[in-house]
Design a protein around this ligand. Sequence first.
Ligand code: SF4
Ligand code: SF4
Length: 462
Amino acid sequence: MANTAGGDYEYGKLYRSEDKVYPREVKGRFATLRRIAMFVLLGAFYFGPWLTWNDRQAVLFDLPARKFYIFGMTMWPQDFIYLALLLIIMAVSLFFFTALAGRLWCGFACPQTVWTEAFSWIEMLIEGDRSKRMKLDRGPWTFDKIRKKTLKQFCWITLALFTGYTFVGYFSDIRPLTSDLLTLNAGSWEFFWVIFYGAATYGNAGFMREQVCKYMCPYARFQGAMFDRDSLIITYDTERGEPRGGRRRGSDAQAQGLGDCVDCTMCVQVCPTGIDIRKGLQYECIACAACIDACDSIMDKVGSPRGLIRYSTERALEHKTYRLIRPRTIVYTGVLTILLAAMVTTVALRKPVIMDIIRDRNTLYRDVGRQGIENGYTVRVINKHNEDHEYALSVSGIDGISIDSDTAFSLAGESVLTLPVSVTAPHENASGGHVIEFRLESTDGSGITLTEESRFRGPTDR
Ligand code: SF4
Ligand code: SF4
């Protein structure tokens, strides 16, 4: 038995196909803001890989070399703590801003929203506004329909592939990548990822659209837990709007017992997720504010004050005072402050050169006759600087201790040196165990000094 009110659902079937949503174009303050956000964010994404810093791509995540270049800063695998900290800060910021301002992220900055906005914009330019698109989809396959659909698909696929190519450009230097792709000399993985991300963009922004927000996005599911009665939400003022109903222009709505809602359904027609905000806060609402713009324009036409649908809070709707400072915001602010302080401190104290001393575990010590007792070590120096440096290595901690290897060396920028060294101390001073100190100093005037302790073991060391 078909449920005609709910689309193609049939009892006994586990899947109900979604009715296609045809959002109407809307103009207003928030539509302008959304469009500005789209241009700024997409502009930053598409131009990002073309920025240069110190003769190198400014933002490059070079996975094969295990190095991330971010505006002159080179992140090595040892620096992944910063990445972890950054992700935690982003997650806590999302909690904080959701508690304060609701789903601002979803409505204006989420990649799904931004690319859907771009794809919808192309669709609107080619196929026209809501009613024309609905008519076109319902109508037969005429030459005009084939032409419009083909042009739309061509533009969508081009934008999707360009998105995939730009995305890969953050992981593989975009200049050589461009020429390699154009001459078909790129590697198979590069082709694969361009097509993969292109297909993901095409599928998500062209077809799945609001279904990603409704069924796939985990944030939509748990954001309810981040809200409280003082969080900013987009809401319909039931007290003012109800009872809703049509009325003649110039007639006295109050005398007819009507509220301010003229039941024009414009707020529903512009909604990209196809919901009716007048039914209350729903998890499908991505807070894009299109319904605010639509309703404000209707209020202007009928001569009622704007704001029947507006940003508000549950407490404000009950005529209670809005509370900015509350336990939730205090906790989030505290955690965020601590995390930001930790991030700034660790970045400020980050060492651009690292030295590790690994003691030879196979041999406790070697008696090398008159020279004394010898211990073996491996010194590993990582030069995270972009420039080359000259270094000298020395050791101290026991009278007469010396290194029997070449201790002056040059290390190229962004490179690692592994140096096996033998350290010898006279017999009379080397019995037992000693803590010795390795010292690495730059000899080219760059002022780098590093010290690292290790253990020197003699014959009576237990
Ligand atoms: S209800 Fe309003 S704010 Fe929510 S998704 Fe629909 S149009 Fe956007
Ligand atoms: S746009 Fe405003 S007036 Fe029209 S149905 Fe929605 S709430 Fe009512």
